[in-house]
Design a protein around this ligand. Structure first.
Ligand code: NDP
Length: 276
């Protein structure tokens, strides 16, 4: 399947009708540079920011959003409930903390960060309440495998709108993405730049053919697979580079060559071994 995405303002429609930008700025480990990165990204046309309580920079993100003067309805802000915060009441409490730090009336997307065994169904129940109460416009999960999704969908009548997982050319997760597509769950790729490890021959070669960089090719590959991308950078030139991905198309042959790089290589933890 190839998605046609031609502008930074293009959005995907989630299973509840809410629309979400295809490009999101990541702020994990952005540290003191967080505010500046968010300001730079907003100036470059990004409207979506991916945050999490555990990143420790929700207040900085919130401040940069307010200072931008961009209308609230144009923005799309994600945050996540951390593992130690999970459970019903504790999630409601954690959400309120996040919402206040961000300084928002509502959050666009609230995610369960990892499927903590014995906890995530109760956490999901809390997310459903927040959704019903209008405090979040969409709810979803992160790092959920097929069996986690099946369990949540049999326990609840609300299907997650999004599953944010580690997807990049070395870890294409075809089966999981197929399952998400089949059930109307939008897939979102974290670590889409493989943490900056971009010196791959195939990516370099395809990038040359398009006058683009390997980073742009890796991002475009995800977009054309219908997957939202979250590149992280704190540098202006890279923030702009990572957004300049809407004016070229990878051919079917190039998509196939990139698919061929898959080694099921995770740079982050295995979601079935959450002990943190
Ligand atoms: P990325 O794949 O986005 O890589 C980020 C690294 O690549 C940084 O070191 C950055 O450096 C560098 N970089 C950025 N742009 C370029 C470029 N154009 N060329 C070369 N290097 C570049 O990894 P992340 O782990 O940060 O993932 C992205 C986002 O996904 C996170 O910020 C977070 O929002 C989310 N995430 C979610 C997880 C989850 O469990 N749900 C887990 C991990 C991440 P510099 O900043 O110095 O430019």
């Amino acid at each position: 399947m190839t998605s046609v995405i031609t502008s930074i303002t293009d959005r995907t429609r989630l299973n509840n009708g809410v629309t979400m930008p295809w490009l999101t700025l990541g702020v994990l480990r952005a540290g003191n540079a967080t505010g500046n990165a968010v300001r730079t990204a907003l100036s470059a046309g990004y409207r979506s920011i991916d945050n999490a309580s555990v990143y420790g920079n929700e207040a900085e993100v919130g401040q940069a959003l307010r200072e931008s003067g961009i209308a609230r309805e144009e923005l799309f802000i994600t945050t996540k409930v951390w593992n130690s915060e999970q459970g019903y009441d504790s999630t409601l409490f954690a959400f309120e903390q996040s919402r206040r730090k961000l300084g928002l009336d509502y959050v666009d997307l609230y995610l369960i960060h990892w499927a903590v065994p014995g906890k995530y169904l109760e956490t999901w129940r809390a997310l459903c309440k927040l959704y019903k109460d209008g405090l979040v416009t969409a709810i979803g999960v992160s790092n959920f495998q097929i069996h986690h999704l099946e369990e949540i969908m049999s326990a609840s009548d609300v299907v997650p709108a999004v599953n944010q997982v580690e997807v990049h050319p070395l870890n294409s997760q075809k089966e999981l993405l197929g399952f998400c597509r089949q059930h109307g769950i939008q897939a979102e790729a974290w670590r889409p730049l493989m943490g900056g490890r971009l010196d791959n021959e195939v990516l370099v070669d395809i990038a040359k053919a398009h006058g683009k960089t390997p980073a742009q090719v890796a991002l475009r590959w995800n977009l054309q697979n219908g997957v939202v991308v979250i590149p992280k950078s704190v540098h202006e030139e890279r923030i702009k580079e990572n957004a300049d991905i809407f004016d070229f198309n990878l051919t079917e042959e190039e998509m196939g060559r990139i698919d061929g790089l898959n080694m099921n290589r995770r740079f982050g933890p295995n979601p079935d071994k959450v002990d943190f």
